[in-house]
Design a protein around this ligand. Structure first.
Ligand code: CA
Length: 222
C-alpha cells in the first residue's frame, strides 16, 4: 500500500512516514501543495493524507484540482483544531474522511484502513481472490485455508497485485510501489520476487492466480 503525505510540518510528516513504514506501507512526502499536487497527479497512490493549511497551494484547492482531473484516490484530510468550516469544506471538495489535529497515530491508521475498506468494498479487512485470502489488518495470508508465510516485501507485492486484481501492473510500477525509490533497481528484482511469490501462492494449485503479461508486467487474475 502506498501513501502520499502532504504536510508542511516536517516533524509530523516524518513521524507519519516512519509509523506507516513500520506497518509495511510505503510513504512519500510532500511539504507544500504544489509538490503534493505534482506527486498525486503523476504517481499511483492508494491513499493521500492531506493537510489543509499548506504553502503555495492549500489542501482544499489541491483536492479540487485532483477531483476535477478525475483522480479519485481516497483522501484523508488533516484539519486544525475543530475548525468545522474546514471539515465541511473538505468533505464538500471530495475528501473521504478527516482527522482533527492533534491525533494519535493509531487513530490515523484506523482511518486509513476504513478509507481503504470503503474503496475496495470490503465488509471486513479480508480480501478474497479465488481461494486466496489476504487479511489487510494482520497480513495473514491463506490459500485453501492453508497459511502462507511471506516476507514483508513479498506481502507488499502480493497485496499490491491483489488490490489491483485483473489489472496489468508494469515492472516499473511494481518497483516504485514496493521499494519506494529506496535505490536504483534493475527490473530483474521484480521477476525474482514474482518467482518467489508464485512458489508460495500458486505452486500445487490448478488455478494459477499470478499471470505474466509478456513484455509488459504482471497481474493477479481472478
Ligand atoms: Ca499545515
Amino acid at each position: 500500500m502506498r501513501v502520499l503525505v502532504v504536510e508542511d510540518e516536517k516533524m509530523l510528516a516524518e513521524l507519519i512516514k516512519s509509523g506507516l513504514e513500520d506497518e509495511n506501507y510505503s510513504a512519500d512526502l510532500a511539504f507544500d501543495g504544489e509538490e503534493g499536487l505534482f506527486l498525486a497527479k503523476n504517481e499511483p497512490f492508494d491513499v493521500i493524507i492531506l493537510d489543509i493549511m499548506l504553502p503555495k497551494l492549500n489542501g482544499i484547492e489541491l483536492l479540487k484540482i485532483l477531483r476535477k482531473k478525475g483522480i479519485e484516490t481516497p483522501v484523508l484530510m488533516l484539519t486544525a483544531k475543530s475548525d468545522i468550516e474546514d471539515k465541511v469544506l473538505g468533505l464538500n471538495s471530495g475528501a473521504d474522511d478527516y482527522l482533527t489535529k492533534p491525533f494519535s497515530f493509531d487513530e490515523l491508521l484506523a482511518r486509513i484502513k476504513a478509507v481503504l475498506r470503503r474503496k475496495f468494498n470490503m465488509a471486513d479487512n479480508i480480501l478474497k481472490i479465488d481461494t486466496l485470502k489476504i487479511n489487510l489488518s494482520t497480513h495473514e495470508v491463506t490459500r485453501d485455508k492453508m497459511p502462507i508465510e511471506l516476507t514483508a516485501k513479498e506481502y507488499s507485492l502480493l497485496e499490491y497485485l491483489a488490490l489491483n486484481k485483473n489489472k496489468l501492473l508494469t515492472r516499473a510500477e511494481i518497483t516504485e510501489h514496493i521499494y519506494n525509490y529506496e535505490f536504483d533497481l534493475d527490473s530483474n528484482v521484480v521477476d525474482v520476487m514474482i518467482t518467489r511469490l508464485r512458489k508460495k501462492i500458486d505452486k500445487g494449485f490448478d488455478k494459477k492466480l499470478i499471470v505474466t503479461v509478456r513484455g509488459a508486467g504482471y497481474m493477479i487474475k481472478e
